[in-house]
Write a protein that binds this ligand. Structure first.
Ligand SMILES: Cc1cc2nc3c(=O)[nH]c(=O)nc-3n(C[C@H](O)[C@H](O)[C@H](O)COP(=O)(O)O)c2cc1C
Length: 194
């Protein structure tokens, strides 16, 4: 069985998260792999990680995980276009989506509500086109030099932070949920994070 992990990343942190999700999926005992649609046992799980500009068709992939960095509260244009262009193929196979933003930069009391609002907006924008089984929303790397000085000052003033905001445990947990569903080894549903 072949799984595609496709990503769109402006500065690299989404690419690293895609590779981490791939590592979790690859860590699946063989012979436990079942087709998510037919429950037929397959012997191997092949996981391919690729930037979306290198993906031209989804034929041959049994399941797809797609991720994008978030800019201006949306997926990067090339990732959104990919989903639009491949909508029919995506709806015909099990799909999971993940988005990488910077809600982790906010002070703790604002993180959960900001994340919930962002999750709703992103999931809504992609739901019809991709019909995903789950959507993970993670924080990536928000490097100080990518932001104007006033943003850094405001963030610091309200108790926020910049830098590597990734929570690898949260990402691993989400990836294990996807693995459980992809390999048909449980009833667990991969939910929204946060
Ligand atoms: C120009 C720009 C706009 C951004 N807009 C948002 C945004 O609207 N919401 C958000 O949560 N993060 C936003 N971010 C933060 C990035 O999504 C975050 O740093 C992410 O880790 C970037 O992923 P990448 O390293 O794969 O490019 C923005 C970053 C940049 C540089």
């Amino acid at each position: 069985m072949r799984v595609l992990i496709g990503y769109s990343s402006a500065h690299g942190s989404t690419a690293e998260i895609a590779r981490r999700i791939a590592a979790v999926l690859r860590d699946t005992p063989k012979a436990e792999v079942r087709d998510p649609l037919t429950a037929e046992v397959r012997e191997t799980l092949t996981v391919e990680v690729r930037p979306l500009e290198d993906v031209h068709r989804l034929e041959g992939f049994d399941a797809v995980v797609l991720g994008s960095a978030i800019h201006s509260q949306s997926w990067l244009p090339e990732a959104a276009e990919f989903v639009e262009r491949h909508s029919a193929e995506l709806r015909a196979r099990p799909v999971w989506l993940f988005s990488v933003g910077m809600s982790g930069a906010l002070p703790r009391f604002l993180r959960a509500p900001a994340k919930a609002a962002q999750n709703r907006k992103l999931a809504e924008a992609l739901r019809e086109q991709a019909r995903p089984r789950g959507h993970g929303l993670f924080s990536g790397v928000a490097a100080a030099e990518e932001f104007p000085r006033w943003v850094r000052i405001v963030l610091r003033a309200i108790g926020g932070r910049l830098g590597d905001l990734r929570d690898w445990e949260e990402i691993d947990d989400w990836a294990r949920g996807v693995r459980t569903e992809v390999t048909g080894r449980g009833e667990q549903k991969v939910g929204q994070t946060g």
